[in-house]
Design a protein around this ligand. Structure first.
Ligand code: PSU
Ligand code: MN
Length: 305
């Protein structure tokens, strides 16, 4: 057997042994996606929500040359306040583990770690995608290719409207990634329920999503599924209201020459400031909503196993 550098929390280890429902969670949203202390508070609330729904949360981060699957309260607190934590995607994961530094996992790296730990469902806020201007910058998130490679069902609120959503959908189609809108036809746009773009697939129940996940495995199709779960109506910022703030943030990023890994955190932070915190309130609501759906899908998969 290969000796993997995996450390499962006692709760996750027990759930694994019992075949119980587990939902993976990323840590970049904690270190780079939200300010302290809302980041740690949200991480705790998301874990509590998953437990309340009858599943076990597994927040993933890199510490002490190990992939930690399930963090203690103290580890979450440390991560939420630590400075200069590396943002890890597929390209950085092994180097971070080998060097012994602390790392937060993006959607791509969390999918890799979840698969290694035998976890099939992962809930987050939004995935990375094709950035606006990608035709010159070539900025396309590694999250997209990971969805094509690694068999984990990812629940997100669509892709952030800071991205080029039509190109993101085209690229996912090229990669053969199922994009499933949950309970509506429109592909959701993170802070807003509607993007004006129809998602390629629509499913209305966790059972349908779990069945499709299992069928992909039976067909030996590599890659996962993207479940795009619209933000709850009471928490959404309608597209017309958020669009001007997005445009300002994008123009600033361009003027400052922000590139590569810094783009997404910069835009999230600026939109937080420009909306006087409203984008963060929405972000928290949609992550909790995704955690609930992720737990329901994980329960279906556990029942089917
Ligand atoms: N969505 C959020 N907050 C975040 C991210 C997404 O609401 O912090 C993070 C995720 O970890 C995602 C990453 O994988 O941003 C994408 O970064 P990039 O665009 O550099 O690939
Ligand atoms: Mn990028």
């Amino acid at each position: 057997m290969i000796d993997l550098p995996l450390t499962l929390s006692p709760e996750v280890a027990e759930a694994r042994a019992n075949g119980a429902a587990i939902v993976a969670l990323e840590s970049t949203i904690i270190t780079h996606g939200m300010p302290f202390p809302q980041n740690v508070e949200t991480a705790r609330r998301v874990e509590a929500e998953i437990r309340a729904q009858g599943a076990v949360p597994a927040t993933i981060a890199i510490m002490d040359r190990r992939i930690h699957i399930g963090l203690t309260q103290a580890q979450l607190d440390d991560l939420g306040q630590a400075q200069d934590v590396a943002k890890l995607s597929r390209a950085d994961l092994a180097a971070c583990l080998a060097s012994g530094s602390i790392g937060a996992t993006t959607v791509a790296a969390t999918m890799i770690c979840a698969r290694l730990a035998g976890i099939q469902v992962f809930a987050t806020g939004g995935i990375g995608g094709v950035h606006r201007g990608a035709e010159t910058s070539f900025d396309i998130s590694a999250d997209l290719r990971e969805l094509a490679e690694t068999p984990v069902t990812v629940v997100a609120a669509g892709a952030k409207a800071i991205l080029d959503l039509p190109k993101t959908l085209e690229y996912l189609e090229t990669l053969g990634v199922p994009v499933i809108a949950y309970g509506q036809d429109d592909f959701p746009a993170f802070w807003s329920r509607a993007s004006g773009l129809k998602a390629p697939l629509r499913m209305d129940t966790p059972a349908a999503i779990a069945a499709a996940h299992l069928m992909r495995a039976r067909l030996s199709l590599p890659g996962g599924q993207l479940v795009a779960n619209p933000i709850p109506p009471e928490a959404e910022i309608p597209r017309a209201e958020i669009t001007p703030q997005i445009e300002i943030a994008l123009a600033e990023a361009e003027a400052k020459g922000i590139a590569a890994k810094a783009v997404t955190p910069f835009l999230l932070q600026r939109i937080f400031e420009l909306t006087q915190g409203r984008s963060l309130t929405s972000n928290i609501a949609l992550v909790l909503n995704n955690a609930r759906l992720g737990a329901a899908i994980a329960r279906e998969l556990a029942g089917a196993a």
